[in-house]
Write a protein that binds this ligand. Structure first.
Ligand code: HEC
Length: 87
């Protein structure tokens, strides 16, 4: 995560909007996916893990079917992570 991204507080409300835009068609409205992992238990998950996963799932699991979303900016990923951890 870039230093500038860390300097601002993460915004889980914006993260929710981004989740609806980029993730919901796979993972479902509250992260309860049809065929995708349930994302509602991630409160305890490592922030850094979630960040890396969303930025590049194939770096963690080369055979993951989850697409890499190159259009997401670092601060947007940070906000999505904040939203996931608030679910
Ligand atoms: C095309 C469908 C698709 C989209 C779009 C998608 N995902 Fe996924 N996601 C998956 C699948 C399938 C898995 C399980 C794959 C695996 O474990 O390798 C997964 C796994 C995950 C995991 C890991 C869960 C765990 O328990 O390990 C997280 C976190 C996650 N997705 C978050 C997101 C977020 C946040 C977005 C939007 C930025 C997103 N996903 C977009 C299909 C998708």
């Amino acid at each position: 995560m870039g230093r500038w991204a860390r300097a601002l507080p993460a915004d889980s409300v914006r993260g929710h909007t981004l989740f609806a835009q980029y993730c919901q068609h796979c993972h479902g409205e509250r992260g309860l996916g049809s065929g995708c992992p349930d994302l509602s238990g991630l409160r305890e998950a490592e922030t850094q893990f979630l960040y890396v996963w969303i930025a590049n799932p194939q770096m963690i699991n080369p055979s993951s079917p989850m697409p890499r979303l190159d259009q997401l900016k670092p601060d947007e990923i940070r906000d999505i992570v904040a939203y996931l951890k608030s679910m």
